[in-house]
Design a protein around this ligand. Sequence first.
Ligand code: NDP
Ligand code: MG
Length: 377
Amino acid sequence: MKRVLILGATGSIGVQTIEVCENLGYQIVGITADKNYLKLFELSKRCHPDYVVINQQTGYNNLKEMLGNHVLFGTEGLKEVISESKADIIVNAIVGSAGILPTIEAIKHCKRIALANKETLVGAGEMIMKLAKEFQCEIIPVDSEHSAVFQCLDGQKIKKIHLTASGGPFLGYKSSQLEAVTIEDALKHPTWKMGSKITIDSATLMNKGLEVIEAKWLFNVDADKINVVIHPESIIHSFVQYEDNSFIAQLGAHDMRIPIQYAFTYPDRYENNFNVMDLVSLGKLTFQNPDIDTFKCLGLAYDALQYGNTMPLVLNAANEAAVQMFLEEKISFTKIWYLIEKVMNNHHNIYTDDISEILEIDRITRIRTFEGGNKCQ
Ligand code: NDP
Ligand code: MG
């Protein structure tokens, strides 16, 4: 029986990961969250982990009273659970660049990471991939598009990767229509049910931009070999095109438990009772080019990748701050990319593989974005 540690267990991917563990009969040795102590309590009653870690002081105090001694606190608690839990697989399902440090710790202590936290690779991809090689840690993607690409690899040279995108709730909208959209509109994803940050990223197409950068690091391909195609039905999760122009695709139901399970069992496949795609009722599958003039985030992500160095880190941090402001009703939807572009333009683009410098740039970028956002109000 494999031992699994779930970072970000209270979220959308975290809870689905618990279902995968239950299906496979894997043991959950630890669960973590930021602040949601009630959910952590409920989950710990469900899966009986050795360790429970929470980031926020009030939540920690409450949880310690409810659960007793095996509750740990904050960054130190997270480090302790990663080094002490002897997990065979660590799932990083934390949202945002808060996932970077835990990924680094996980690489040092575990042989397989099931990586949902794409911001880790966007912010520090080069360093993370180097470190994983050095410590012989496998990074297996959970993101459905990257899981698809991973499953389509046949050892041959890749000509192109085609990442599919649903297009989000505003597919077909023009800039003027986007001015007035509300949080409720933006949170209505047509095909996937996910956490709020990634749902907004899907509506702006930044999610696909982050995924382009994620693909670059996971599969070691240049930006000009990564194409984005809108596929509103979200049935084909991505394609790999080879030198002979053969396209290999991976298809499946809209169910993240399938790629999570594959990240656990790879190279094997195990049975499950998850959603099954019904081929006959699928109907027509359609494809179109993304409208990058309207959805500027995708273009900004390609720009960031082209500039390299710390620009993708800045793109990501500015996006997190801008999305937070949008969700707090402090800025409008279109101000998200306005702010990101402004912050990117003012960034002095340096190279670093020093983690404290990476985290500092991340922190300063957020402050700059919040300041820019406050001026917009
Ligand atoms: P959610 O918002 O649903 O969950 C995020 C989790 O991270 C929660 O457990 C949350 O704890 C925890 N968390 C938040 N901030 C911190 C922090 N500062 N330190 C430690 N833990 C923190 O997100 P999702 O599950 O939707 O997404 C998780 C990751 O997976 C993201 O990177 C996303 O892009 C990626 N992903 C998600 C998909 C999906 O279907 N949801 C699909 C593909 C990729 P708390 O509950 O206490 O706030
Ligand atoms: Mg995805």
